[in-house]
Design a protein around this ligand. Structure first.
Ligand code: GRF
Length: 222
C-alpha cells in the first residue's frame, strides 16, 4: 500500500511579489485538508514579500534572481531544476503561477504541460498581457474578472479552467477594480488547484471539464 506521503500531490508555487494568491492557496490547502502540500514557493525576485510569508509558515522557499542569468533559457533551466528538486528530488506534481511576472519559454512550458496553471486578472481571451484593469476601463467594459487556465507557450492563453466575473462600477479606478478582481481571484484559484490535485479536471484539447459537473464560472457581487 502506498504511504499517505506518496499519495500527497506536491505543489510548487511561483511568485514575483506579495503573493496573496499563494497565501489563499496555502491556507485553503491546510484548512480544507487537500491531499496535497505546498512543497516550495519560488520567486524570481529575492525581495518578494510572499517569500517571507511562506518561510514564516515553514514552507521551503527559493529565490532565483533572474538578473543573474544572461538569457531566458538558462534561467528557465535553473528554475526547472529547483522545481524538480522538491520532495527530495521527486519533483512537483503541479506548478502554480501566482502573480509570477516573468515569461516562461516554450521548453519550460512543454516540460510541465497539463500541470502548469496560471491566474490572469481578466476575462480571457480579452486583455491578455499587462495593465488589464486600465484597459478594461478604457474599453468601457461593464464587467471584468479573472481566469484560471492551463499554461501554453502563448502568453495568457491556454485552456480555461474557471472564470469569475465582477462588475465594473461607475466611479472605478484601475486600483479599485483590481482590488475587486483580486478578491475573486482568491476565491477561484484555490478551487481550481483543489480540483487539479483531486483529479477532478479533464483536459481535452482546448476544453477543460470539471468531472462532477460543478460550475466553472461565477458572477461575484460588486
Ligand atoms: C494578481 O492580480 C494576478 O492575477 C496577477 O498579478 C497579481 C498578483 O497578486 N498576475 P498576488 O501576488 O497574488 O497578490
Amino acid at each position: 500500500m502506498p504511504t499517505l506521503a506518496a499519495l500527497m500531490k506536491r505543489i510548487v508555487i511561483l511568485i514575483s511579489g506579495r503573493g496573496s494568491n499563494m497565501q489563499a492557496i496555502v491556507q485553503a490547502c491546510a484548512t480544507e485538508g487537500w491531499p496535497a502540500e505546498v512543497a516550495a514557493v519560488i520567486s524570481n525576485r529575492p525581495d518578494a514579500a510572499g517569500l517571507d510569508w511562506a518561510a514564516a509558515r515553514g514552507i521551503p522557499t527559493v529565490a532565483l534572481d533572474h538578473h543573474r542569468f544572461t538569457d531566458r533559457a538558462t534561467f528557465d533551466a535553473e528554475l526547472a531544476a529547483a522545481i524538480d528538486a522538491v520532495g527530495e528530488g521527486a519533483g512537483a506534481d503541479l506548478v502554480v503561477l501566482a502573480g509570477y511576472m516573468r515569461i516562461l519559454g516554450e521548453p519550460f512550458v512543454r516540460r510541465y504541460a497539463g500541470r502548469l496553471v496560471n491566474i490572469h486578472p481578466s476575462l480571457l481571451p480579452a486583455f491578455a498581457g499587462l495593465k488589464t484593469h486600465q484597459r478594461a476601463l478604457d474599453a468601457g467594459c461593464k464587467f471584468a474578472g479573472a481566469t484560471v487556465h492551463f499554461v501554453t507557450p502563448e502568453l495568457d492563453h491556454g485552456p480555461i479552467i474557471c472564470q469569475a466575473v465582477v462588475p465594473v462600477l461607475a466611479d472605478d479606478s484601475a486600483e479599485r477594480l483590481a482590488d475587486r478582481v483580486l478578491l475573486a481571484e482568491h476565491q477561484i484559484y484555490p478551487r481550481a488547484v483543489r480540483w487539479w490535485v483531486e483529479g477532478r479536471l479533464r483536459l481535452d484539447g482546448e476544453q477543460v471539464t470539471q468531472i462532477d459537473g460543478l460550475p466553472q464560472g461565477w458572477v461575484m457581487p460588486g
